[in-house]
Design a protein around this ligand. Structure first.
Ligand code: SF4
Length: 337
């Protein structure tokens, strides 16, 4: 029986720029060499040629395949650095769910007012970057978002978990005391000599050139509007584009492609993708966000869209059970809790 359709996300990178410079930012990871101490290297920036707010609004509103996607994500870099950020996120309509992934350094009151004016809703999923963000100011913004029902209850705040630093766990406890469930997420990539995410013969194993069948649940859109196959392609100037959102050009996106550079695909693509052996069809790797539109997953998307208050506790519980049941070396990797 053929697989159900993929549970897909469109991830629009309004800009690759960021006002922070986190030492662990995985945009530091080059495609051709592993980074052992990422703080030594600069953030990777391919073309940051941006589209205007009007171009994004017209392009995303006219996109004819919105129903193929479970959500529209605005990310970056830091998406709020786009000069017309509030206009874009409030005036783009017709998508099942709009989610902003942000370091929360912007004026959230303006976003809330813009949404009320446009009679629209967005879900804000903030990340707390402890090297730059100020805890009380950050919490004040979360309070405002929560009272307007815009704060994600699925992932109210995420914090990176670095193997040799305690801030993640400490801040998670501080958020808990302040009434917020913070998720620690697994650091994605090389950190001080250790590859802390995927099996070494997969992502980032630069000597690996085996051919695999490869598919992705996320379709990234570059700051210039180009639609690409997976997150790796957003770090390359020469990747194939499947049309352009702002130019209203669309090319069919294949369900699965053959690639030969599986080893040095960018680590931030890992959680969304699946790689299979082209002969046996056996999975080599399947990330935690690689999903099909099964009835269970549709239910999950529905709950996330409704943003029910019990979501964070349910997710925490599911992760604890999942981590207990799965072996650490399993092909399927899991979340922290
Ligand atoms: S806030 Fe995010 S994108 Fe910006 S430097 Fe930190 S990790 Fe990178």
């Amino acid at each position: 029986m053929p697989d159900a359709p993929l549970s897909k996300i469109m991830d629009v990178s309004l800009t690759r720029s960021c006002n922070y410079d986190c030492s662990y930012c995985n945009q530091r990871q080059e495609l051709d060499k592993p980074m052992f101490d990422m703080s030594e290297s600069k953030r990777k920036m391919v073309s940051n040629k941006r589209r205007t707010g009007a171009e994004w609004i017209a392009g995303l509103n006219a996109f004819p395949y919105k129903d193929d996607y479970d959500k529209l994500l605005f990310s970056g870099g830091e998406p709020s650095l786009h000069g017309e950020f509030v206009d874009i996120v409030t005036r783009v309509k017709g998508w099942r769910m709009k989610v902003i992934v942000t370091n929360l350094s912007f004026d959230v009151a303006k976003l809330i007012a813009g949404c009320h004016q446009e009679k629209t809703r967005v879900i804000v999923q903030p990340s707390f970057h402890f090297e730059f963000a100020e805890f009380e100011e950050f919490c004040g913004k979360m309070d405002l978002l929560r009272s307007a029902s815009f704060l994600s209850n699925f992932i109210p705040v995420s914090i990176v978990n670095l193997p040799d630093r305690e801030e993640g766990e400490n801040f998670r406890n501080k958020f808990k005391a302040r009434g917020y469930e913070a998720s620690l997420y697994r650091f994605e990539g090389y950190y001080k000599g250790k590859f802390s995410y995927a099996p070494l013969d997969g992502y980032g194993g630069i000597k690996e050139t085996k051919e695999v069948l490869y598919s992705s649940c996320v379709q990234p859109v570059k700051p210039n509007g180009d639609i690409v196959y997976c997150t790796t392609d957003t770090y390359s100037e020469t990747s194939v584009a499947y049309g352009n959102i702002c130019d209203q050009k669309f090319v069919a996106i294949p369900r699965e492609i053959k690639i030969q550079n599986y080893g040095n695909r960018h680590i931030s693509a890992a959680s969304w993708t699946r790689a299979r052996n082209p002969v046996s069809g056996e999975p080599i790797w399947q990330g935690k966000n690689y999903r099909h539109r099964t009835p269970m997953n549709r239910l999950r998307v529905f709950a996330e869209e409704k943003n029910y208050p019990w979501l964070a506790s349910a997710k925490h519980f599911a992760n604890v059970v999942q981590n207990k049941l799965k072996k650490p070396d399993a092909v399927n990797q899991t979340n922290l809790d």
